[in-house]
Design a protein around this ligand. Structure first.
Ligand code: NAG
Ligand code: NAG
Length: 182
C-alpha cells in the first residue's frame, strides 16, 4: 500500500512539481524588476519612474545606484526634447516677450543638461548630497520656465506640457531614490 499510487497521483505530483519550479524560475527572472519597483516605489508617480528605468536595456543588471543613474539619463533625454520644443516654439512666437521667455526656457533646459551631467559624476563618486543638489538645480529651470510662460498666458502644446510633467516626476523620483543612499 502506498507504493502503487494510482496514475493520477503521479500526474498531480508532476503538475505540482512543474508549477513550483515555474514560480521559482519566475522569481529569478523578475528579481531585477522587483528592485526597480522598490526603488521607484517612493516616487510620487512610480509608473513614470518604472517606465523610464525599464526603457534602458541595462536596467536588468543595474543596482540601486545604476537605477538612479538611468533616471538621470532619462531626465537629460527629456531636457534635450524640451530644448528642441522651446526653440521651435520661440521661432513661431509673434509676441516678443513670449519669444524671449521661450528662448530662456530653452537655455534653462540646456543648463539643466549640464547640471545633470555633473549629477551623474557626483553619483558615481558617491557624493549623494551633491547629486541631489544638482538634480534640484536642473529642476529649477523647468519650474521657472513654466512660471514665466504661464505669466504670459501662453499654453504649451499638450505633448510639451506632458513632457514637462514627466520631467518633474522623474526629478522627484531620482531625488527620493538618492535620499535613501545617504
Ligand atoms: C518636441 O521635440 C521632439 C523631439 O525633437 C519632437 O519629436 C516633437 O514633435 C516636438 N513637439 C513639439 C510640440 O514641437
Ligand atoms: C547648474 O545650473 C546652474 C544654472 O541653473 C548654473 O549656474 C551652474 O553653474 C550649474 N552647475 C553645474 C555644475 O553644472
Amino acid at each position: 500500500m502506498g507504493i502503487l499510487l494510482p496514475p493520477y497521483y503521479l500526474t498531480l505530483f508532476l503538475l505540482l512539481f512543474i508549477s513550483f519550479n515555474d514560480v521559482g524560475h519566475r522569481n529569478l527572472v523578475f528579481a531585477d524588476d522587483a528592485l526597480i519597483e522598490t526603488q521607484c516605489h517612493n516616487a510620487e508617480v512610480p509608473e513614470t519612474c518604472i517606465k523610464c528605468v525599464k526603457s534602458d536595456p541595462q536596467s536588468q543588471s543595474a543596482d540601486k545606484v545604476g537605477i538612479a543613474a538611468i533616471v538621470i539619463t532619462c531626465l537629460s533625454n527629456k531636457a534635450t526634447t524640451l530644448i528642441n520644443n522651446m526653440t521651435t516654439l520661440a521661432l513661431g512666437a509673434r509676441d516678443k516677450y513670449l519669444k524671449l521667455a521661450l528662448r530662456d526656457c530653452g537655455k534653462g533646459f540646456y543648463y539643466a543638461k549640464t547640471n545633470l551631467t555633473a549629477a551623474t559624476n557626483r553619483l558615481k563618486g558617491k557624493e549623494y548630497d551633491q547629486t541631489n543638489h544638482l538634480v534640484k538645480q536642473a529642476l529649477e529651470g523647468e519650474v521657472v520656465c513654466k512660471m514665466n510662460v504661464g505669466a504670459l498666458r501662453f499654453n504649451f502644446p499638450n505633448s510639451v506640457t506632458f513632457d514637462m510633467g514627466v520631467y518633474e516626476e522623474l526629478s522627484t523620483a531620482v531625488m527620493r531614490i538618492v535620499d535613501r543612499f545617504v
